[in-house]
Design a protein around this ligand. Sequence first.
Ligand SMILES: Nc1ncnc2c1ncn2[C@@H]1O[C@H](COP(=O)(O)OP(=O)(O)O)[C@@H](O)[C@H]1O
Ligand SMILES: [Mg+2]
Length: 620
Amino acid sequence: MARPLTEEGDGAPSFRPIAMLMPYLWPQGRGDLKWRVVVSVLCLILAKVATVSVPWLFGRIVDSLRGPLKGVAVALALIAVYTIARIMMQAFAQLRDGVFAKVAYHALRQVGVSTFAHVHTLSLRFHLERKTGGLSRVIDRGTKGIDTLLSFVIFSIFPTILELALDAAILWIAFGVSYAIVTTAMVIAYIWFTFAITRWRIKFRRVMNESDTDASTKAVDSLLNYETVKYFNNEDHETRRFDKSMEQYARASIQTQISLSVLNTGQAFIVAVGVMAVMVMAAYGILDHRMTIGGLVTVNGYLLQLYVPLNLLGTVYREITQALVDMDAMFTLLHQPQEVTDKPDAVPLKVDGGEIRFEDVVFSYDPERVVLKGISFTVPAGRTIAVVGPSGAGKSTISRILYRFYDIKSGRVTIDGRDIRDVTQASLRAAIGIVPQDTVLFNDTVRYNIAYGRIGASDDEVKEAARHAQIDKFIDELPQGYDAMVGERGLKLSGGEKQRVAIARTILKNPPILLLDEATSALDTHTEREIQSALHEVSRNRTTLVIAHRLSTVVDADEILVLDKGEIVERGRHEDLIARKGAYAAMWNKQRKAEAARERLKKAEADPDVSPSIGRVAAD
Ligand SMILES: Nc1ncnc2c1ncn2[C@@H]1O[C@H](COP(=O)(O)OP(=O)(O)O)[C@@H](O)[C@H]1O
Ligand SMILES: [Mg+2]
């Protein structure tokens, strides 16, 4: 079972992502990066050694100044060492960051890119069920999570533990075990308190993140549907929905802020108590001559110095928890099993003619409802077969199966006698060109969108394809020609223009097999006729499966299959089907009548004298 893709955790992070990240931080075959890891760990240790020597040196300086002048030379020497130690502490920390940066960003990029590539290999089913905005956020947050984790765990948690251990050891050796115990106890109390409060706070953060995601998906969805919003005058409704998410965000943010104050106050209290205890012990030590003034300064210095990294602990804990959750979501995505996979022994499909054969194909999207109930047909090499039938009959499903967006339940689909499950998906898809009903274009130039059919195609090839698709004249009329931007999803082009861009890029792809899935049904009859000749041009000498709504476009097909509720109810050439007076003939007559009425209506609009009676016929 695939784990669900949660975007938020419950405050109990799994450490699985850290294990998964490791190979990226110690990359095989990248000796240079491994070398950097080693050097940065060395820098880290040296920085901490310098750090813990600072309070100790400071104490020695204080002691050397007590009594007569004899101490001055010693004091100056100590001050020099002290200064060097302070510089080293910073220098090594900076060096460590600089050396490690390349490793971190290498890992970040690798994980992000692999996930992105993997998401593209996931099935259509997966993508239809996911919000695209949500998906890119998972990758976004996941890579940020890695960044956070690396900077915090490697450069905050681990160094702090090291520092604490060194401090405790020095206190123990120099001043006795009781100082080490009090310091350690303070740190433990501090950590316990911080984690407890942070766990309580996490839920506010979670609500904050959720409402943030919610608001942004709502905003994106609403803006994508800009026109629909306008059609129904629903701007206020959209704004209210957005505001609701924002209100939740604001409330959670305030709770987060208040709980942060609780955390900070408690932390300050624990540190103050710890410092007080040590100071009292040190004061007694000095009175008993067991300790020097310098010793007191040293002990105090250690506690205050420890407080600096500890102060960040709450943030670190929360950020790491969040980072782990985000990374977990991303790694889950990265390891999301693919529904449609190549067999291990899959070979590239070699198309020779391109005969398509469906043999008793049974398919369902959900187990409860069978969509194709045993479909059999053959598209002979180079011929054209049409599939017609009411909406929801399963026509597009046939094209999705041929393209192997889904695998079938039983039966076989072959191309030139080869089961499409035995060949690689890449070679299968390279052999098939699809012109879909609704073409969505990339928000780029016309040239880019046409050349998308074959990345790297020359300018001449692009223009040649445009000419065959009969869109060259239109493009030449554009002020920027081929460099004109098509707008988000191609919205600046009309349906017919978009469709011709889609045809042009399919021509450029030059596939032996062509699949037209209601390629013209979104267009008016006039545009359809224009595009029809472009389509004829493309389908010549190619094995073509035409899915059509308007029957007038398929009269020339070598065979017409009438699909209804997942079954082929009639099949044959146009004339034969008309003669049968069955479902096809009925659909044909109905469409003919409607079209005739539309034509008359158009004429009537041009010539107002004969209009009144027409409306009734059109409604028939
Ligand atoms: N991804 C999907 N998940 C579940 N059911 C689907 C999915 N896609 C299509 N269907 C259903 O399958 C049936 C056939 O769809 P389709 O092949 O698109 O019909 P059409 O003949 O109009 O092209 C429809 O009833 C539709 O609701
Ligand atoms: Mg369809």
